[in-house]
Design a protein around this ligand. Structure first.
Ligand SMILES: Nc1ncnc2c1ncn2[C@@H]1O[C@H](COP(=O)(O)OP(=O)(O)OP(=O)(O)O)[C@@H](O)[C@H]1O
Length: 531
């Protein structure tokens, strides 16, 4: 009965020769892969026919609706069981709401956006999605927090809907946390159509990742180093059938740090693929962009120059280097009740300042590259769930992390690369919310600060502080500094000892408890202007 229906449907389609021949061309190209994929694509072919057919017939003939259903069931015989099954669902939907497509995004994905509370597409999504759906390569440049992830995830999901395939897309990101976050967004948008994702990042057991990869997910989200590891060492894993490559934070991925990794990856994925580059700051160096091997890309630029978000109030304070800790404590105290991300230049300083703040009763937690991956995720989750109000981070957290409730970003150590400034302050004032940033500028940082102002094309106002009040904290901050130094020393000795339980720095939450030696309760309770 199946074949009968198929023939029937084909007959129908034959009347629409134009569309059909298009589908045929497609199949032809695709079948030039290995045997396994020819198999999958045969199904895709079937599906495409159905698609064309349904689309045309649905305006006139209700009967064709049922027909499509049966045909798509054929499709679900392929490996991609769940996805295909849901595809049926989406098609059925399309019949009932054939006009509620938005910017070319199909109904079922629009519904997933609705569930996330995305009422209308953001500017970059309006620009990039239709172009990506046309099958073009895209360079997407838009300010922080403007929904770039959705701008590349939706077209990929839609492509998967049209022709389901395992190991279909690869998203490269510079940091582990960002990889998890992107996977969450793919899962949220794609769960109703059964999309399977895998996160492949360092700091996590290779074996368990290999098992996940053996299940052949549709979308792999990876940091470059660990992906290479798997490409080289995990049997049966390859990306030879890849359809989409995305470089998120593309300027960073195309940077020197990832040079050899990216080159290796590009060698083992098909040339005949789509490539998307997205970032809030993009390299202008054509040479670097060429490395991504884009084919006639369309540039979707939403912000002119390196704009920071309108709803972000940016300040600086000019202070002597030796009083930085004191000013930090004073500002955290003055703006108590908010959530802060405080950026430090080194892992060591992030750790030190976290201990110092904790000694003063402020719920602070560090996040940096010398912590174990478990601790890193733990710290992020504690901050996300608001059980810690201050996250002390290095630039490992400056890009991409989407934590909606961050009210204030403090550049405790000024960023040495001006572009990092844009990414750091972009952790607040996301998706239309407002936020504040304060950059500490010491006698040593004037030139760097001027470079930042030139990059963003703005002169920043000074953040108002009362010097005398700040200085009143000096004694207590000095005491806390002293204890933090002792704790740092203790934990570094612990690490040096053989058989230390943890090789990497921990987050200090289980540290020696020196802070208990500082008498009295919480710092805030006693501060002059505390609230
Ligand atoms: N159409 C939309 N409507 C409302 N919110 C959206 C929409 N698209 C994305 N968002 C939300 O906006 C937030 C920021 O999105 P996203 O993380 O993709 O930003 P980004 O542009 O990648 O930022 P960054 O440059 O910092 O990486 C997320 O919480 C996301 O859920």
């Amino acid at each position: 009965s199946l074949s009968h229906r198929l023939t029937h449907s084909l007959t129908h389609t034959h009347t629409h020769t134009l569309t059909l021949s298009h589908t045929h061309t497609n199949t032809h190209t695709l079948s030039h892969t290995d045997t396994l994929h020819t198999h999958t694509h045969t199904h895709t072919h079937t599906h495409s026919l159905t698609h064309t057919d349904t689309h045309t017939l649905s305006h006139t003939d209700t009967h064709s609706h049922t027909q499509t259903h049966t045909l798509t069931q054929t499709h679900s015989l392929s490996q991609t069981h769940t996805l295909s099954h849901r595809i049926t669902h989406s098609h059925t939907h399309r019949h009932t709401h054939s006009h509620s497509l938005s910017h070319g995004v199909t109904e079922v994905l629009c519904e997933a956006c609705d569930l996330l509370g995305w009422k209308k597409p953001t500017k970059i999504q309006i620009e990039a999605i239709p172009v990506a759906l046309e099958g073009r390569d895209v360079i997407g440049l838009a300010e922080t927090g403007s929904g770039k992830t959705g701008a590349f995830a939706l077209p990929i999901l839609q492509c998967l809907l049209a022709s389901a395939q395992r190991l279909h897309s690869l998203i490269l990101t510079p940091t582990r946390e960002l990889a998890f976050q992107i996977a969450e967004q793919f899962d949220a948008l794609g769960s109703s159509i059964g999309v399977k994702t895998a996160v492949v990042v360092g700091g996590i057991d290779m074996m368990s990742q290999a098992l996940v990869l053996a299940k052949k997910p549709h979308v792999v989200i990876a940091t470059p180093g660990r992906l290479i590891d798997h490409l080289e060492n995990t049997k049966g894993f390859n990306l030879r059938a890849l359809k989409y490559l995305v470089m998120d934070e593309a300027d960073r991925i195309l940077n020197m740090d990832f040079e050899s990794e990216v080159d290796k990856i590009l060698k083992v994925i098909p040339r005949d693929r789509r490539t998307f580059l997205f970032s809030a700051t993009m390299t202008k160096k054509v040479q670097k962009l060429q490395r991504a091997a884009l084919q006639d890309p369309v540039k979707c630029t939403v912000s002119s120059k390196y704009a920071t978000v309108d709803k972000l109030q940016q300040y600086y304070i000019f202070i002597p280097s030796k009083y930085k800790d004191c000013y930090l404590v004073s500002i955290l105290n003055e703006l108590a009740g908010n959530s802060f991300m405080v950026f430090c230049g080194t892992c060591n300083n992030a750790q030190r300042v976290a201990l110092l703040l904790r000694n003063l009763g402020i719920t602070a937690i560090p996040l940096h590259g010398q912590m174990s991956q478990n601790k890193r995720l733990g710290a992020l989750n504690k901050f996300k769930s608001k059980s810690r109000s201050v996250l002390l981070a290095t630039d490992v957290a400056s890009r991409g992390l989407d934590i909606p409730h961050v009210d204030c970003v403090i550049n405790f150590d000024i960023p040495t690369h001006s572009k990092d400034y844009i990414h750091r302050v972009g952790r607040t004032a996301r998706a239309g919310r407002s936020g504040k940033s304060i950059t500490f500028v010491t006698q040593y940082d004037v030139e760097l600060f001027q470079r930042i102002e030139a990059l963003i094309g703005k002169k920043l106002p000074a953040f108002p502080t009362q010097e005398e009040e700040v200085m009143m904290l000096l004694e207590r901050v000095s005491e806390a500094q002293r204890f933090a130094r002792i704790e740092m020393k203790e934990s570094s000795e612990k690490r040096k000892r053989p058989k230390a339980d943890e090789e990497e720095a921990d987050d200090g939450e289980q540290s020696s408890g020196v802070r208990k030696k500082i008498k009295g309760g919480s710092f805030r309770g006693r501060a002059k202007r505390g609230r």
